[in-house]
Structures are given as C-alpha cells and as structure tokens.
Design a protein around this ligand. Sequence first.
Ligand SMILES: Cc1cc2nc3c(=O)[nH]c(=O)nc-3n(C[C@H](O)[C@H](O)[C@H](O)COP(=O)(O)O)c2cc1C
Length: 389
Amino acid sequence: MNLIRPGFLFLQRRVRPEFSLADLLGGGAGVVRHDEWVALAPHLGREVVLEAADIPVFEVVTPGQARPRAELAALFGEARIDRLVDAGLLIGDHAEHQPLRAREQALRETAWWGPAALAQVFGSWRDVDVEADESRDGGRSWKEMIGTHGPPPPEAPELRPRTSWQALPMPGRSALGALLETRSTCRNFDRSHPLPLADASTILHRVFGAQATQTVAPDVVALKKNSPSGGGLHPVEAFVLVQDVDGLAPGLYHYHGVAHALVPLRLLEEDAIAPLAGELVAGQSWFANAPVLVLMAARFQRTFWKYRQHAKAWRVILLDAGHLSQNFQLAATELGYGAFVTAAINDDCAERLFELDGISTGAIAVCGFGRRSDSAANIEFDPLGKAVR
Ligand SMILES: Cc1cc2nc3c(=O)[nH]c(=O)nc-3n(C[C@H](O)[C@H](O)[C@H](O)COP(=O)(O)O)c2cc1C
C-alpha cells in the first residue's frame, strides 16, 4: 500500500477539560485539563486527536508523492502508521480509502482556499435537532444569557460623543419602504390549503431566475439576476422541497434558473416528505411546516474557477446567499406570504437529499415560505405590527 498526506491538514493545540472523580476526591475542582494536538482535515470532516509523535510523520509524507506503507512503518512503527491510516489522515491507494481519495481530489479540483474548506466542512451538521436540544437543555432566556455572559454589546455602537452627531432627515414613504417594513420572519404557517403554483413560480423566478443571459466569451454565459453576485458567477442554486403546492407533486426538485423550470429529482408521498423537511431544518418544526422549502446550495467550483484558492471567494458566496434570502423574503412578502431563512440546517441531510458532494457543491442555508397562520404559537418579531396574516 502507498500512502499520501491529505492536501489540507490543520493542526490545533487544544486544552480539553474533563471531569475527574479522582481530582474531586483529592480536593480539586473535579476537572483535569488535557493539552492535546487535534488534526482537522476537510476531506474527513471530523477531528482526530493526535499524539505529539504523530506529527513528524506528516513532515515525511507529502500530498503529491506517495510513500510505501512499509517504508513509513519502518521509520515510525507499524502501530502509528496503521492508526493514522485507520483515522484517514494518511490516505492509502486501497479500496477502502476510495471515498477519501474522491473527497481529497474534489477539494483539490474545486480549488478551495484551505481555511474556508475547513470552515465549510466543519460547520456542517448531521442529525442535529434544535427543538429537541432546546427542550432537553431548556431554551436560553435573555436573562440567563446575561447572567452567564453579562449584557451583549450595545444595539448600536456610539463612536463619538452625541454632540458631534449629524441628524439625518427621515425617508419619505415609498412602495419599497412599505414592502421592507412588512417583511418579518414567519414561524407559523397555515397548511389548511395548498399554495398556488403561480405564486411559487413567481418567487422562484424573481429570486433565483435568470432575468437575462449573455455570452461574454466562448463557453461563458453571464446571468443577470435580481441580486448581485461576486465575480458575476451566481454560484448559488435553488433545490426545492415541495410539500404542498397545487399542481406540483410533493418531492425534491432542482430549479433551473435559465429555463425557469423545476427538474424533478425524487417525488415522494406527502407524509414521507414531512420528516425529511424536519431533518433538513434541524428539527425546527416552525420552519419544517412551510409548504415550500428552498435549499440554497453553492456550486463552489463555479466561483473558485475564477477565484482559485482565493481568501475572499467563500465569503463572497455566503454574501450571495444572503442577498438571495432577502430577495426571497421580499418576493414572498409582496405576494402576502410569510417567509424565513435559516442556517441551522443538517447539511448532511441536504446533501443526501439533493445528491451534493459537499465539496464541489454544498449546502449554505434554507429559505421557505407559505401562508402565515392567524395564530402565532411560535414567537415572531413584528414590533411594527405590519406582517400580513
Ligand atoms: C442567516 C440567518 C439565519 C437564521 N437562522 C434562524 C434559525 O435557525 N431559526 C430561527 O428561528 N430564525 C432564524 N433566523 C431568523 C432571525 O431570527 C430573524 O431574522 C431575526 O430574529 C430578526 O427578525 P425578523 O427577520 O422578523 O426581522 C435567521 C436569520 C438569518 C438572517
């Protein structure tokens, strides 16, 4: 077997506190602190605790040039090399490591900037249930948080004495101003009857649809959308989970923004889709109930084609998703619907449902919309009292 080191490998020196009965019985605080090395490699997506003596192995093995396992075992000992292979930190050419090699290759070919790859992959959730966690641990009230952390930074920073401030005239009334005031996150959906297809279609077109296309170079088609996009590449795609839309079979779709068409990926019974919606939005039942959910997933490869291993490229993609989510809320609000965006999603579920590898294309956030329910069982923030019910 030949072994390589992964192209992206970050080491963190970390202090891990651990409960210790012996320490407690000996008159201590009952907590011992372990100082340890942790390896973070995006092709793995999970942390691996290292021994200090593992680190020199990574000086000898390079990403580009494979070394025979036997040679490394002779240098560092069989047990150490086998442990690093089992952990996936040394990648072999054997069948078992095929998925790791594929992820490693995808990371390289997608032209990720290493720290961004780390944040994207390690920020990914699997099997998180926000609502269950909150009911188990108790939601944290403002008061509790202030008790633990002190008050938050003030709502608006004051950088100079007030006497120096220049007061500004208030804006006049406008249709845009009124629309913006009407938007507020919806956490209570009315599912008594299906959504009209025309409304879902309008929202998808306004937010994710190409308003125009232009061939700017051979094989390069620029899209004009209703929101800006770093590098003009519009890498964020809409993957739609339909629960209840008139004339649309419940299921999973990709929205083709140029053709303005839904591409069915997997059609499902309505009762089969509800648990998937719940898993997708990490158990947040107040969002899972929306008749339409839209996963915003980035084709990182498209933006990184231009901005290769670029320190700002990932940031630009997240900003793109932010613009899209605001447009989504505005487009839904204009039609009288409630909408939301959440980043608290199980990326693993998103990627499984919509067949994404998480590296060349990965989940960013989920938006959803629907009719607002009359009853506000879940908390909403509408101090202006303008949300349309
Ligand atoms: C990126 C992003 C992520 C959010 N994630 C959640 C979430 O996970 N759960 C939730 O209930 N609300 C979520 N929200 C909604 C915010 O709580 C909400 O926007 C905020 O409280 C302000 O209220 P408003 O949108 O009604 O003005 C998110 C908002 C944004 C912009």
